[in-house]
Design a protein. Structure first.
Length: 242
């Protein structure tokens, strides 16, 4: 089958270079090619090359990024991976539904699947950048799934859903969905406006802003909607200044 060109796998601050190579191997076996590495501790590295075992081209073409925002700049769908329980729940997808969602939306734009560091996983701030979260079901008494194994499982689901693509309808949005970079600018604009309106405590903004992110991420804002909302924010600030 053909590769899935609009889907990227993003690894955050990977500590062991062998896991990068093994993830590249997992991707290539499942027809995925685009690997983004955010601040890996060691890369390039001989262990990464050895564990790639024939997927050295994935490593050679990997995109190195200084931040998660850089890795997601033009992505219209972002799904993070996490098994940790959180005080504020993220919208959840099981791996199979996650794969279907990625394939459906990647037909019209860029999609990213994000994996956190081996020990801690994705932080709340990093999950704030995600529209959805997915978790691989596993033994509740032993949730220690290796990073590359997690990449393999989710890439397998993507390939299986791609092979069954005719069984579900690919629905393109009526308008282009907003990219992650544009959403981040909107969230910054929103936070600053709420602070100026004395609606948000600048010393502790995160919980409310996190809830607002969940609200707007569920809505799947289009480019036009983001522009309208930012226009409202700009008019509100101008009115208050006047």
């Amino acid at each position: 089958m053909d590769s899935m060109p609009n889907i990227r796998v993003v690894l955050m601050q990977t500590s062991h270079p062998g896991n990068i190579g093994a993830a590249a191997r997992a991707m290539k076996t499942m027809c995925l090619e685009r690997l983004y590495l955010v601040r890996p501790q060691q890369f390039p590295h001989a262990n990464a090359t050895a564990r790639a075992a024939g997927a050295e081209d994935i490593l050679a073409n990997a995109t190195l990024c200084g931040s998660l925002d850089e890795a997601l700049q033009d992505a219209h769908l972002v799904i993070g991976t996490s098994t940790r329980s959180r005080s504020l729940a993220w919208p959840q997808l099981d791996p199979r539904t996650c794969a279907e969602r990625i394939l459906t939306e990647s037909a019209a734009g860029e999609a990213a699947l994000v994996f956190g560091p081996e020990r801690a996983g994705l932080s709340n701030a990093e999950l704030d950048r995600c529209h959805f979260v997915t978790a691989i079901p596993c033994n509740p008494a032993y949730r220690s799934l290796n990073l590359a194994a997690a990449v393999q499982v989710l890439c397998y689901e993507l390939m299986m859903r791609a092979q069954e693509a005719l069984k579900f309808e690919v629905v393109e949005p009526e308008e282009p969905l907003a990219a992650a970079g544009d959403l981040e600018l909107f969230y910054q604009h929103l936070e600053q406006t709420l602070i100026e309106l004395d609606f948000l405590n600048p010393a502790n903004p995160r919980y409310l802003i996190r809830r607002l992110r969940r609200l707007f991420n569920r809505a799947r804002l289009t480019d036009n909607e983001v522009n309208i909302l930012r226009g409202i924010l700009s008019a509100t600030r101008a009115s208050r200044a006047g």
